[in-house]
Design a protein around this ligand. Sequence first.
Ligand SMILES: Cc1cc2nc3c(=O)[nH]c(=O)nc-3n(C[C@H](O)[C@H](O)[C@H](O)COP(=O)(O)OP(=O)(O)OC[C@H]3O[C@@H](n4cnc5c(N)ncnc54)[C@H](O)[C@@H]3O)c2cc1C
Length: 757
Amino acid sequence: MQPTSTSKRTDLVLVGGGHSHVQVLEGFAMEPPPETRITLIVDQPVATYSGMVPGFVAGQYRREELEIDVLPLARRIGARVILAKAVRISTARKQIVLEGRPAVSFDLASINIGSTVAGLSTPGVREHAIPTRPIGLFVSRVDALFERLRTERPRDTFRVVVVGAGVGGVEVAFALDHRLREAGHAVDVSVIESGPEILPGYSAGMRRRTVRAAKERRIHVLTGRRVVGVEANTARLTDPQGTETDAAFDLLLWVTGAVSQPLFRDSDLPTDERGFVRVRSTLQLLDHDDILAVGDCATLENHPSTPKAGVYAVRQGPVLTANLRRLLAGGKLLDRYTPQHDFLTLVNTGGGGAIGGKWFLSFEGDWVFRLKDAIDRKFMHRFQPLDHPNRSTAFDTAAMGQEDGEGAEMEMLCGGCAAKLGQLALERTLSRLPPAAENRSVELGLGDADDAACYTAPGGERVVSSVDQFRAFTDDPFLVGKVAAINAASDLYAKGVEPRYAHALVALPEGSSDSEHEDTLFELMAGARAALDELGIALIGGHTTTATELLMGFHVEGFAERDQELLAQKRLRAGETLILSKALGTGVLFRADMRGELRGPWFKGALASMQRSNREAAAVARRFGARAATDITGFGLAGHLASMLRAADLAAVVDVTRLPALPGATEILETGLRSTFHEENARVARGMEIDGAARRDPRFALLFDPQTSGGLLFGVPEKNAEGALATLLDSGHAAAIIGKTTSAEATSRLRVTTLLS
Ligand SMILES: Cc1cc2nc3c(=O)[nH]c(=O)nc-3n(C[C@H](O)[C@H](O)[C@H](O)COP(=O)(O)OP(=O)(O)OC[C@H]3O[C@@H](n4cnc5c(N)ncnc54)[C@H](O)[C@@H]3O)c2cc1C
């Protein structure tokens, strides 16, 4: 979490991770603006650099080379990152309205969300064409296509139709032609353009060279034809005389011009005829000084015909950075942006060459591609903080506590369920207390050390309850509230009981202003309600206090049927197969995030796993004959399994090679990084028998990684194991069979191996 103070900080909200915003994140890295809370809202954690996309299609770049991971860039300036789609801007409330979660308030906002392609409403296009926007999705679909073509060779010539002959369309046509021929396919590529010529707006020389290059490759160029409808494998075209013809295709790519995303239209902001928001030369909206917009999504009032091209968004980056800084400092004299009259255009022709143009000049050759490649790589290099992690940034200084003169050893402790008291310390403490008076209404209590307690109420109801609270694991209160609720409910699911009621336990960070407290509490509770409402749990009360940092938890309660056997840990049996319902690794992933070293897609994967409740997994466990279960949280898989084995007086064998890992978890563990609670959890290894190969396996460390909102671990009769696993996998769980239970005669309770016999 960012440091807090009693004076309210200015809220700067950046929407979109486009070419200009990545420069703002980079520009603020050495000196973030003071007293400012920066929030980055992105629908995807990585931004795709379109300039290199044709090269990717041609097979010249790997996917990672064209992606900018905005998460580590944002973390370097201590920004919070919200993974959500912005759908509207409320100027009256000064809020960005988001899909699926509460709006975010701003004092100053900047929008860099790019554009979408025109003509998507043409009949059949959404069903049968691949549009180039969103560009990340386009890249994934092209990737999937090449993967498919590797295994399924088309019997006949593979027909590609590219609709739109701007620079993007032409480049994609050359790139696909090259890639498919290189792979040994017979291919026929056509480019269809509604205007009278290709590359509208570019020099005659560039057009001539491009048409000649297309002819040499036998790429058909059809101008003056508009696609009016698409069916499976056929596009219907009309010419200016209204004559209709059909073009057959196996692959249809939609690379038509740019139009605005609906965000501005739905926000009642000043827009041009294509829906782009109108901005002044200071990049502020026409009649809103506190909202700026850049890149494709904005039209410059003084230069309305500026093309929608990434080069303009790139050039606007430094002006935007300077103006945001000035506005945050209360300044009025803002920089003005004037678009360049012309820019160097380089058309990648796929096979190592390119055609270039500026003003009336045009040129071509392999050197032109090398020039384009050098320009693109230089730009991309600036935004890869994980590739040169030694660069000192404001994030390092703040995260390491050096601002307060503290040493590097003062690194913050992990949050979530990794912020528990150690298992041994807890047991020792409880054993020092005098035994409690016998209470015959308690069925599961302190002595059982299970996930939840169970007692019989005077009316005969069997009440099952649990309490859970943790330190914020990330700086997004909505997510903290949501995951805390799911995590707390999990204790009851682990006993096979539906939670019905919840009380919230909140501690807000001391030193924040009243309005910040109110905002944080609202977001926490909105997140909690999003989870509780979906699970049918009524929030019936709570308690809020302040503490040195944000804490969130719940007391949850449900009822067991009169004759229901709870999935108590002590009911585990020998000879059962152990199934884990979720992948491991949240502890180390969030430790990496605290250090600004987590990749965006790994962050997204961990969040998705943590936001999945264990309700379905519990139902599967019961359906396939489980008698005992536990949910994996702070003590890690080994700690929770050890406690289950002690309760049932059993032993178990676990195969580390079968442990499911969240994306990125083993990669980070292999660098030696661990959650701050890992070492404490690893003490349990002292009583374990560990094969040498298992200890050397990269997944070994997952055994001790503390989990926040981890999966269920349960035992089922061996004959039911495959059925239970298949059911979990079918419903999207990253589940695995990880081991089996045996009688307690073995020398140690837990044996870790690499080969489960
Ligand atoms: C195939 C192809 C090749 C091209 N080649 C070139 C070229 O070589 N040179 C050139 O100058 N131009 C090129 N262009 C044009 C270029 O892609 C765009 O002009 C450029 O990407 C615009 O940049 P931007 O910063 O405005 O937005 P973008 O780069 O599109 O970034 C927008 C960001 O906002 C995010 N976002 C979008 N909507 C939302 C939302 N509602 N909420 C939250 N986040 C959101 C997106 O995920 C993305 O990260 C090409 C286009 C294509 C299709």
